[in-house]
Design a protein around this ligand. Structure first.
Ligand code: HEM
Length: 254
């Protein structure tokens, strides 16, 4: 990036932040309208509550603000890439997010898409995307290299469902009956389910409350009183039985 581009980007962060909600809503609406397949990737329950979706745009702004000292964001990069890897986010998806984010920035700032300002933001986005893609590649490689490990999604069968005081413990084992890595309490997996009558899938993270050292994983599913039809916990509790399969990503340290 040129010094002018860096200046342009940094000078527009405050106004974008001020319009953070508009930026985020416009961005998600545009992206999910143009790429409905991403409805299988983003958790639509989180979209409804606005909880997590804001994080993506906020992280891009935080990066832009610290563009001259990207090392300041090391912790954020670690957190984001871990979450992305748990959701099997792939490099080619970065161009979709980038295009939609740049269009949203152009809309919110009311500047033409073909402008120096948006070109500067494009360079900033590409720089950040490059960092994330690189770290994610390392993490996928590490997961795949583990004993019994895998990268991306793997089918697991529900072997038992135990009633517990706080919810139901779903015990799952690999559908291919091959080895799986052990995991420690606190590590998490993503579990992907089919959403009834919507024709889509939805992922959600579940963390382990104890060490997992057998040929299966057990995760606790708690009913959420206030939930949308996309809530994975409630879908598991109401629609899934022993013998059914779910897609699962490998355990990661949160
Ligand atoms: C430079 C680009 C990106 C940045 C800065 C970014 C940043 C973030 C952040 C900060 C979170 C929240 C992490 C958490 O606290 O849990 C997140 C979550 C997520 N990101 Fe990204 N992300 C980027 C690109 C992408 C791409 C290309 C995809 C795939 C289409 C993607 C999909 C997701 C999903 C599905 C979540 C979980 C959100 C949810 O369902 O609640 N992100 N990202």
């Amino acid at each position: 990036m040129t010094p002018q581009q860096i200046e342009l980007v940094k000078s527009t962060v405050p106004v974008l932040r001020e319009h953070g909600v508009a930026l985020t809503s416009y961005f998600y609406k545009r992206m999910l309208d143009n790429h409905p397949e991403l409805k299988n990737v983003f958790n639509l329950d989180h979209q409804a509550t606005g909880r997590q979706p804001r994080a993506l745009a906020a992280a891009v702004l935080a990066y832009a603000e610290n563009i001259e000292q990207p090392e300041k964001l090391a912790k954020a990069v670690e957190h984001i890439t871990t979450k992305h890897v748990s959701l099997d986010i792939q490099p080619e998806q970065y161009s979709i997010v980038g295009e939609n984010l740049l269009h949203s920035i152009s809309e919110v700032l009311n500047v033409p898409f073909e402008s120096e300002l948006i070109e500067a933001w494009k360079q900033a986005y590409l720089q950040l995307a490059g960092i994330l893609i690189g770290v994610e590649k390392q993490k996928y490689d590490q997961l795949a290299a583990q004993n019994g490990g895998w990268a991306g999604w793997r089918n697991f069968k529900i072997v038992s469902i135990e009633e517990q005081a706080e919810g139901k413990l779903f015990n799952i084992s690999a559908a291919d009956q091959q080895a799986i890595p052990t995991a420690n309490a606190g590590e998490y997996i993503s579990v992907k389910v089919h959403v009834p009558a919507k024709g889509i899938e939805q992922p959600q993270q579940f963390s382990f409350s104890s060490n997992q050292d057998k040929a299966q994983y057990g995760f606790l599913v708690k009913s959420q009183p206030e939930h949308s039809e996309y809530d994975v916990a409630n879908i598991l509790l109401s629609n899934y039985q022993v013998g059914d399969e779910v897609a699962v990503s490998a355990p990661l340290k949160g």
